[in-house]
Design a protein around this ligand. Structure first.
Ligand code: NAD
Length: 503
């Protein structure tokens, strides 16, 4: 039996339980049907139906928000060490079911097992990391003034909504939900309609680990229904959102009447800038990894290659050779490097850029074709002879598609890098230290890596500028979002109080 056959057999076993019941919403520890009936989740590998999913609407969101509100005080006031123990048990539960999570994630989203096996474990890491922060989450500062001892402390903000997209949905959900729970908030999670499987596994694992029912609730449904209702719900105090920039704008509008606090992690059109003095072998590895891993469906992907004209021909030739060797195939085959795109709609969007590139006068140097007709497979694609004004250089394609643009000077590279609506990440390859300092200071991005691909370190701030988002999470920044700062001033003596109404 090949590794692929073995994985398919295991997956079939894991999915068996969903065949009859489908995926229900989970509210206050109970399985709840959707008042909108059901919708179906399908696999992008062969377009087959995986199972029915309860179609939650404003009714289920209301019940879930009520459950999150009812359980809030109990969870917030639970001794920190007890909360910590539960969150560590969630991490252990994720580790114990990592294979099931990874296989389900691949089948639901088209992501490859090569990358998703690690994503499940990254989810566990998120819980472990924030479990370790629980005890100090409330810590504040002591700020002495002449007449007062000023103390700051942090309090959990209340029940929060978490709205997640379909790319690496398990990892992204844990990234939001773990700090929210660690901060003492209760959660209503609305996973992406295209990838509901692993959100169900997460809430099960959390409850089995001892999370009190109602502290984490999952409502499946669509953005304009359940998602909108969550943003508008008065009992929900904040929305942690990951998704498209245009949806981020809607989230802000929808939350305006209830004065929601929003954290928005949105799209990107991230540059990787390669100067001719860089370690070009390593730069090539990183350029390829950052756009072709995770099917290119990655907000931090380096989808624009800015390459110095002195090395352009050689660098592009090596790039194309390597890209043509990338293995596209079944996501459960451990040797597959790129699986199918998540949905028909997304496949149509990504492939539409093959014609757009040609119309704009760019060259398709690699890929630009679909693979078979069973699922939503495309060859990894490189566009050359492009310029930064073209749509392929400005719009987020969110697939395994790279646009290569030449530059001659540092000033030009910086101007091209910043000439975009987005500002999530930037990657700089140079061995000139002073240039790296100058360039990173002026580059408009929330996160920059120099001579490195994206290596996430959980205590560091994650987020973007411009249309790539508002706010940061990671480390203590997550607590800034999920908690309220409170100031208390204690008089240290008999300072003068201005008297009114004294004759
Ligand atoms: P999307 O914006 O279409 O959907 C994301 C989520 O929002 C889904 O759960 C969806 O149902 C919900 N939603 C849609 N409309 C809504 C509304 N009006 N109110 C409330 N919720 C609504 O995004 P997607 O296509 O699922 O994901 C891909 C996008 O996510 C890309 O743009 C990508 O760059 C971005 N992304 C960003 C990050 C980051 O950290 N910056 C990480 C991953 C993905």
């Amino acid at each position: 039996m090949t590794a692929l056959d073995d994985n398919i057999k295991k997956l079939t076993g894991y999915l068996e339980r969903f065949r009859d019941t489908g995926i229900r919403n989970r509210i206050a520890g109970q399985d709840v049907a959707g008042s909108g009936g059901v919708f179906r989740t399908t696999s992008p590998v062969d377009k087959s139906v995986i199972c029915d999913v309860a179609h939650g609407t404003a009714d289920e969101v209301d019940k879930a928000a009520q459950a999150a509100s009812d359980t809030f005080a109990g969870w917030r006031d639970m001794p920190a060490l007890e909360r910590k123990k539960i969150l560590i048990k969630v991490a252990e539960g994720i580790e114990a079911r990592a294979e099931e999570i990874a296989l389900c994630e691949c089948w639901d989203t088209g992501q490859t097992i090569k990358f998703m096996s690690k994503a499940a474990l990254r989810g566990a890491e998120n819980f472990r990391y924030f479990a370790d922060q629980v005890v100090q989450a409330r810590d504040g500062q002591h700020l002495q003034s002449p007449t007062l001892m000023n103390v700051t402390t942090r309090k959990s903000i209340g029940p929060v909504g978490v709205i997640t997209p379909w790319n690496t949905p398990f990892m992204l959900s844990t990234w939001k939900i773990a700090p929210a729970l660690a901060a003492g908030c209760t959660v209503v999670h609305k996973p992406a309609e295209a990838s509901p499987l692993t959100a169900r596994l997460l809430v099960e694992i959390a409850e089995e680990a001892g999370l009190p029912p109602g502290v984490l609730n999952t409502v499946n449904g669509f953005g304009e229904g359940a998602g909108k209702a969550l943003c508008e719900h008065p009992k929900i105090k904040a929305i942690a959102f990951v998704g498209e920039s245009s949806t981020g704008s809607l989230i802000t509008k929808q939350g305006a009447d209830t004065l929601k606090r929003n954290h928005l992690e949105l799209g990107g059109k991230n540059p990787v800038i390669v100067f001719d003095d860089a370690d070009l072998e390593r730069a090539l590895d990183a350029v390829i990894f950052m756009i072709f891993s995770i099917n290119g469906e990655r907000c931090t992907s380096s989808s624009r290659l800015l390459v110095q004209d002195t090395i352009r021909a050689e660098f592009e030739a090596k790039l194309v050779e390597r890209v043509n060797n990338i293995k596209v195939g079944h996501p459960l085959d451990p040797s597959t490097e790129i699986g199918p795109l998540v949905t028909e709609e997304h496949f149509n969007k990504v492939t539409s850029y093959f014609d757009i590139a040609k119309e704009d006068g760019a060259t398709i140097a690699a890929g630009g074709v679909t693979v078979g007709d069973e699922g939503y497979f495309v060859r990894p694609t490189v566009f050359t002879n492009a310029n930064n004004k073209m749509r392929i250089a400005q719009e987020e394609i969110f697939g395994p598609v790279l646009t290569s643009i030449p530059f001659s000077t540092e000033e030009e590279a910086l101007s091209l890098a910043n000439d975009t609506d987005y500002g999530l990440t930037g990657y700089l390859w140079t061995n000139d230290l002073t240039r790296a300092l100058r360039f990173t200071d002026a580059l408009e991005a929330g996160m920059i890596w120099v001579n490195s691909e994206n290596v996430r370190h959980l205590p560091t701030p994650f987020g973007g500028v411009k249309s790539s988002g508002i706010g940061r999470d990671g480390g203590d920044w997550s607590f800034e979002f999920y908690m309220e700062q409170k100031h208390i001033g204690f008089a240290t003596g008999q300072h003068k109080i201005t008297k009114l109404g004294v004759l």
